[in-house]
Design a protein around this ligand. Structure first.
Ligand SMILES: Cc1ncc(C[n+]2csc(CCOP(=O)(O)OP(=O)(O)O)c2C)c(N)n1
Ligand SMILES: [Mg+2]
Length: 555
């Protein structure tokens, strides 16, 4: 039994167990003991909106491959966090969200106690993978750890704990010493044998890695070497094998050549992927019939595409079991391509598809290709690329801009705008010795413009690249193509140089292809926050206006 003077001290102890050294939030009368203890013992980052607290904590966890923590207030504060909790829930990423609650004796009384909320727990339950109320000073430690475990356990997501303010101030007794070992399912030997046989006999194999493959990087690379398979990825699976590897096609499955390759593959192994609509052309992609699917979440097996071999378990463990069953030598070693293993022509085709999809996209994005190239050249190999939902992300940032480690690949998997800067700040503070770049549109940035002040105050090594087209470009393109008139897409944007000056941030502008390399290399090399505006009107258009891969029934 350990005693802590307040709930804040207990929270700090639990955060230390979890390896969390930085916490994001907004202070309030309903979380003061927590914020004060965190600020005293760790690092407290006062963001300007609770949604950002969650986005930053989420990205902090993603950038480290672990968990982040957000602190919010009761009522509106907790409600403000909800949108970003939805993102973490959709992504299955770990956030420990601790929020205040009114004094325990007034809980649910409906008497209008300051910040009182009708069924706050119900709201948190709806947007979190776990939600609980701290009922006593003996239970807080157990509940916080239970929440953290739930956030980290597949399918993952945010865990919310609401904590009545009187109980936060009180001394705590913590007797939760025995952390239960999580039980991970593992497929049976017969299922593994059958899947391994199929894979060993494949002549034209492909692998598709999603976010669930991130913990299996080495074994996935070994699998590519031993089978000669090409690797497609979802957006979340990017970087699990570095994207400059010759067998990595990447997030290009829905391109014409990607589709054709899938159509000709004889075996597909998919690992930890949701087959999200945007990554399958609204499920129009056809996959080979012989489909081995690995997922730790039983609900994901066969949910979108039928699986002939469904293997429930941890990606790394199941890949290890499959590798142990494959013939030892790399199949390509047999040289003549007539017996066993991959056809040499398939390996060559994978390599050429890899080149073709990149060259085609590089050409299609016109002058933005110079920005993409300059961004990659400016960033060290292990820099974080955080992206809001903007045309440059959706077209090339999510595909062409190479990623070499999944922890460097931070973006809202649920597609909500406005979260990129907060995520970038969280990632940058999670890895203070490395560089972070944020790609945001003028529309997405405007959602949380206040976070420019967080950026100016915390001063991480973050380059914020704002792609300014004076509005919600992607919806403008859709309306220009499918509608009679524009509605709600043209926006007043600030003078970004004055805005940066007002916040005390250095500013630079890219108005031509030639500007891209010098501006971005200087901004990243500065090691401090910089606002870079890409003036898209001056830079010039992409070859075709970008529209998203969604169905328009009236089109
Ligand atoms: C929270 C949320 N609200 C609305 C949308 C719809 N939406 C998707 S992209 C977009 C436009 C974003 O504009 P901007 O950041 O300037 O990028 P651009 O499309 O101009 O490149 C909007 C409004 C969304 N995805 N998420
Ligand atoms: Mg825009």
């Amino acid at each position: 039994m350990t005693h802590h003077p307040t709930g804040g001290d207990l929270l700090v102890a639990v955060l230390r167990e979890l390896g969390i050294d930085t916490v994001f939030g907004i202070v309030s009368v309903h979380n003061l003991p927590l914020v004060e203890a965190v600020d005293r013992e760790l690092r407290f980052v006062p963001v300007r909106h609770e949604a950002t607290a969650v986005n930053a904590a989420d990205a902090y966890g993603r950038a480290r491959g672990s968990l982040g923590c957000a602190l919010t207030s009761t009522g509106t504060g907790a409600g403000n966090a909800a949108g970003s909790l939805i993102e973490a829930l959709s992504a299955g990423t770990g956030v420990l969200h601790v929020t205040g609650q009114v004094e325990s004796r007034y809980l649910g009384s409906g008497r209008g106690f300051i910040h009182e909320t009708k069924d706050q727990l119900g709201m948190l339950r709806a947007v979190s993978t776990y939600a609980a109320t701290v009922p006593s000073t003996e239970a807080a430690g157990r509940i916080l750890r239970e929440a953290a475990r739930a956030a980290l356990r597949a399918p993952g997501g945010p865990a919310s704990v609401e904590w009545p303010i009187d109980l936060q101030y009180a001394a705590q007794q913590d007797d939760d010493t025995a952390a239960p070992i999580p039980v991970t399912p593992h497929p049976d030997e017969t299922a593994l044998d059958a899947a391994a046989r199929l894979l060993a006999g494949a002549r034209r194999p492909l692998v598709w890695a999603g976010g669930g493959a991130c913990g299996a990087a080495d074994r996935l690379a070994e699998l590519l070497a031993r089978t000669g398979a090409g690797l497609l990825t979802s957006n979340s699976g990017r970087g699990t094998v570095p994207e400059d590897h010759p067998q990595v096609i990447g997030n290009f499955a829905t391109t014409p050549t990607g589709r054709a390759l899938l159509a000709d593959a004889d075996v597909l192994l998919t690992i930890g992927t949701h087959f999200r609509s945007n990554e399958t052309g609204d499920y129009s992609l056809s996959l080979p019939e012989a489909h081995i699917q690995i997922d730790v979440d039983a609900a994901a097996l066969g949910r979108v595409y039928p699986a002939t071999h469904a293997l429930q378990g941890d990606a790394d463990a199941v890949l290890g079991a499959l590798l142990a069953r494959l013939p030892g030598a790399p199949p390509a070693a047999d040289g003549n391509g007539t017996t066993g293993g991959v056809e040499p022509a398939w390996t060559a085709r994978v390599a050429s598809v890899r080149e073709e999809v990149r060259a085609t996209l590089h050409d299609a994005i016109g002058p933005q290709a110079a920005v993409c190239d300059a961004l990659r050249a400016a960033l060290p190999r292990r820099g974080v690329v955080a992206r809001d939902v903007t045309i440059p992300s959706s077209s090339w940032g999510n595909r062409l801009l190479e990623i070499y480690d999944p922890r460097d690949n931070v973006f809202p998997r649920g597609g909500g705008i406005g979260q990129g800067l907060g995520m970038g700040i969280g990632a940058a503070l999670a890895r203070p010795d490395e560089s972070t770049v944020v790609m945001a549109g003028d529309g997405g940035l405007a959602v949380h413009l206040g976070e420019l002040l967080t950026l100016a105050q915390e001063r991480p090594a973050l380059t914020l690249v704002v792609f300014n087209d004076g509005g919600y470009g992607v919806l403008r393109n859709m309306q220009d193509r499918y509608s009679e008139r524009r509605s709600g897409v043209d926006l007043t944007t600030p003078d970004f140089s004055l805005l940066a000056r007002a916040c005390g941030l250095p500013y630079a502008r890219i108005a031509s292809e030639a500007d891209a390399a010098p501006v971005l290399s200087e901004a990243v090399a500065s090691g401090s926050p910089t606002l870079v505006e890409v003036d898209l009107a001056a830079l010039g258009p992409m070859k075709n206006p970008f529209t998203p891969p969604v169905k328009i029934p009236t089109a």
